[in-house]
Design a binder for this molecule. Structure first.
Ligand SMILES: NC(=O)c1ccc[n+]([C@@H]2O[C@H](COP(=O)([O-])OP(=O)(O)OC[C@H]3O[C@@H](n4cnc5c(N)ncnc54)[C@H](OP(=O)(O)O)[C@@H]3O)[C@@H](O)[C@H]2O)c1
Length: 255
């Protein structure tokens, strides 16, 4: 199936590793042009070398999405570099440890506000994009109530993101912009959250592997393929969807 992504202009936040990197990999393989960002210059440079070595046209900048001025300027720069924005994949999250008011504020900033900031800044570009769409990367933490204490704020913000996406879908459909969410379950990759848990707490890692009906952690590629399909013109009649890529971990009928 042709996803019709050849030459599409795509912004992916947090593309230097993990799910974001796998999403950029898939867009590059489909012939899209990508702009991505991350805080760490070393990881970003290594990823840019790999994509460009594979023939991809990928732009990258080191910045923190919590820095409103820098983040907004970068989105406009991405549009200038690529000649527009057709697709926004808002992927960044940073699990923060804490329990006080400062932690709630930081969590709001990192796991909610910067997504709204990205949309606000990208919107004028998306409105003149071709088959425009927005994808948010949430989490099944948005619906689970048995999360560990340090994921309390994370789950709340991810739930807010799903509602935000639904409301955006209703508002932006009249401009032809589709808005969808991907909610991954436990995803294992070298250097990721579940890799750290595997080494520090193998019992918790194994318990998480038993949670999905498929009996294992997922891979970044399994999330990325669904995210890129949902973002693409091949999904032209799909908006307002929250697609769980969790191996069946959330055991509810998904009406
Ligand atoms: N891994 C899982 O099991 C899982 C499960 C459910 C949902 N998710 C969701 O999937 C998304 C990606 O998760 P992941 O596991 O791939 O995360 P990750 O390994 O921590 O990668 C996050 C990416 O975002 C960048 N980043 C983090 N904070 C940033 C900031 N403040 N400004 C700019 N860039 C920033 C990171 O680079 P720098 O650190 O260099 O900035 C990196 O490129 C997140 O939304 C997460 O909540 C993941």
């Amino acid at each position: 199936m042709d996803l019709n992504l050849e030459g599409k202009k795509v912004v992916v936040t947090g593309g230097s590793r993990g799910l974001g990197r796998a999403i950029v990999d898939q867009f590059v393989a489909e012939g899209a042009e990508v702009s991505t960002c991350a805080r760490g210059e070393t990881g970003l440079s290594e990823a840019l070398r790999a994509w460009r070595g594979a023939g991809g046209t990928v732009h990258g900048a080191a910045l923190d999405v919590r820095d409103s001025a820098a983040f907004r300027a970068w989105i406009d720069q991405a549009a200038a570099d690529m000649g527009g924005i057709d697709i926004l994949v808002s992927n960044v999250s940073t699990r923060l440890q804490g329990s006080d008011e400062a932690w709630w504020r930081e969590s709001f900033e990192t796991d909610f506000l910067q997504h709204a900031r990205a949309v606000e800044q990208a919107l004028p570009h998306l409105k003149s994009g071709r088959s425009p769409s927005i994808i948010f990367i949430s989490s099944i933490a948005s619906v689970l109530t048995n999360l560990p204490p340090d994921e309390l704020a994370y789950g709340v913000m991810k739930a807010g993101l799903v509602n935000y996406a639904g409301q955006l879908s209703a508002r932006l459909s009249r401009d032809g912009i589709r808005t969808n969410v991907i909610s991954p379950g436990p995803i294992h990759f070298e250097g990721g959250t579940w890799d750290a848990i595997r080494r520090a707490n193998p019992k918790l890692f194994e318990a998480a592997a038993r949670l999905p009906q498929l009996g294992r952690h997922g891979t970044p590629e399994e999330v990325a393929k669904s995210a890129v399909f949902l973002a693409s013109p091949a999904s032209s009649y799909t908006t307002g969807v929250n697609l769980r890529i969790d191996g069946g971990a959330v055991r509810t009928a998904n009406f």
